[in-house]
Design a protein around this ligand. Sequence first.
Ligand SMILES: [Zn+2]
Ligand SMILES: [Zn+2]
Length: 761
Amino acid sequence: MPLLAVRAQPTVCRRIRVRGQVQGVGFRPFVYRLAQELNLAGWVRNDGEGVDIEARGAARAVEALIARLETEAPPLASVTAVEVRDAPPGNARGFEIKASLRGAANTSVTPDSATCPDCLAELFDPANRRWRHAFINCTHCGPRYTLTRKLPYDRPHTSMAAFEMCPACRSEYDDPADRRFHAQPNACPECGPRLALRDGAGDPIVEILARLLRGEIVAVKGLGGYHLACDATNAEAVARLRERKNREEKPFAVMFANSVSVAPYAEVGDAERTLLESRERPVVLLAKRDGCDAALPGIAPGLRELGAMLPCTPIQFLLFHEAAGRPSGTGWLAVPQKLVLVMTSANPGGEPIVRDDDEAQARLAGIADAYLAHDRAIVTRVDDSVVRARQFVRRARGYTPQAIKLAKSGPPVLATGGFLKNTICLTRGDEAFLSQHIGDLDNAPTCRALEETAQRMMDLLEIEPEVVAHDLHPDFHSTRFAADFARGRGLKSIAVQHHHAHIAAVAAEHGATEPLLGLALDGVGMGTDRGAWGGELLRADDERFTRLGHLRELQLPGGDKAAREPWRMAAAALFALGRGAEIRARFPRQRAAGAVAMMLGGNAHTPPTSSCGRWFDAAAGLAGVRELAAFEGQAAMLYESQSARHGEVEPMQDGFVLEEDGTLDLLPLLGRLADERDAGLAAALFHATLAEALAAWAARAGRERGIARVALGGGCFLNRILGAGVRRRLEAEGFEVLEARLAPPNDGGLSLGQAWIAMNA
Ligand SMILES: [Zn+2]
Ligand SMILES: [Zn+2]
């Protein structure tokens, strides 16, 4: 009969170093509770490297503690390393939480997080002292990055410094067993920030909801800035918002109470539901259901996808709670709710999102009918993030400033990005910190926001760059800022070609250090020959690259204008096909048609471009999808939607030519499309043939050069049909395909690629 040996457990003492996102997330009380449970003596404290622990007790119990540090870490924590060494046994009896040690900051600031289930339960419990308290939070949720001025993450360094905790809040804050132990934004209706209703009386939530239901447009203060909200089912209100915001035709994001309320409007699979309900609460792009456009008129006209999100802040939850009839408990969050709100960033004219209350009054005058404000300041502007199930479209709230792990360490770098959808990137050791989406640098306030973001992130992360990286284009504000910064500090600065940076961004996040092929498909970027590139096949090798080939160049009639007027690209395609005589007849509504035809013939004002985006415009323009685009890339988006509606087709035989010099020529395909009357079929044919051509192009180069890895980068890979088509074909040929996952494939990821190249240079 087996007998269990009973013997005394040896006592051991270990020093444990925990690295990652472990401060301001309830990590110390978590360690404290584990130690109590396991009957261990010792202590835990924060320092500049993360969390430092001494644990003494039975060997098995200490082992259990170490194992559970990772597996049971609090929701907002992210542990990157647990290092253990022996230590001389101290003589402590119990276990204590020690005060923070200051040191070189090697830790990170946590992103903002949606209200957690425990806080929601309190928020809707009429007996709780935080019932309907618009600023409820705990160590597992709430604002972080947007209200932190500097490290360490302590209350005096946040915009909560202005509010003194009442005795009840203070005792929660001081109690290691409490969910609000050291929750820096802790507050209650007694002592916390207050909602403010400009020119209104009564309960702000009641009043604002009533105004929304009456069709008014309301500015609502969020985590990283103001939103403009209105009733999404009210066509007249939506149209008015569009007109006042001068938003033309870009789609609006809408907010639902919960994921079951989304289901009638759009398809919500498991991956989509997980994203919608995640604590990052991004806007998630979902495939619309039939009837969506009729139910939500003017929200995302002509597009196949709807951008949806769920409430993230207590204020947003309270609006839906009020609309549901103010029920007690959280049961209402599991059943369909009627209210659907437009929630679009308040950034008039493409400028940065509105942050301060006075600023809101000034900049949103004439747009908003009412303001739901409060007296807790937003320190850092952060827009909403936009994602698809496997892809970032815009990376911001909820994700920044979380680090992207790199394959190796290097000197600290500041990379300043490009021109459109700008972000910056800072590195520290083997971590890259990609900033939140800053915006298009075509206006002074956004240019200032770029500089402000760079400074704030350097302060917050305590990074002193030693190298600066920027785009090759000398006239971008981001380039001039980088040059000034480098000159002022005597630093080396590195100019990085746009499409090389796109491919390097993908390589960086995948830890790819070997040479690889890159398909960079984009709007436009300056090439090393100063030309307008945008459809390149590259061989990328750390800091170097070779341009193996490019898309056949099309002429840009009228230069930059052609990017906003797809009919001009269609005209360029007709001309290239030897059918220039058709231009006038095909575009009778365009007064410039005759002039463009002349321009093309005379070769004046028609710079060449290899841009894949312009090939999309040409194809969409030929199909009559859109003669004029309301924003860059709109024609391509509509064209993708048409292709999806039509369904998949076989690629066109002989639709493309792979030239000996590496050029990929798609003119035969456009010739076919110019005569296709079924616009849906044309769109499907274009997508299938382009994917086939790109895969054949990369595969040929890969076989010739013995490279089996292909990175896909550039804004065109936001097109899912194209990305999936290229991937499937290349994988069938035995290639490994790398796509952008942690950063957007578009220009929002450029700074990451620039930083990676500078680290390797
Ligand atoms: Zn919470
Ligand atoms: Zn209080």
